[in-house]
Write a protein that binds this ligand. Sequence first.
Ligand SMILES: [Zn+2]
Length: 134
Amino acid sequence: MSATTTWKCPQDGMEWSIKERKCPTCGYVNIPKSVTLRSHATGKGAALSATTRLGKSVFNQRFADPDAKFAADEQFEIVRDDVHLFAWVIRPVAGARNATFYNGTEVPDAGCELVEGGVITVGRTRLKLTVTFK
Ligand SMILES: [Zn+2]
């Protein structure tokens, strides 16, 4: 299966390269509708369709992940950035005891862009969550 290289603007039907994240004619922003985080340990997850802050209680109750104990009450936020990057972004929440990592690298304060199949962890190895889009 080959990767999709173009997308069609739903507002005016124009077709653009996927590198073009905002329709040059009408300004429609081509961001996936939702991002899903899924626990490697339990297979449970959550689909987010707006900017959301996540922490220990969600990882405990919704993801049922035993590594939830390594997360802070507020560990990181998943941000729908339709102003600068036109992408879903992960940003750390200040004050977490264990840093948030994305694909093995600590997430900087400015955040980093999420891509399909990316892996979020608390510290280098705890609370492994996979990113998928819809
Ligand atoms: Zn358009």
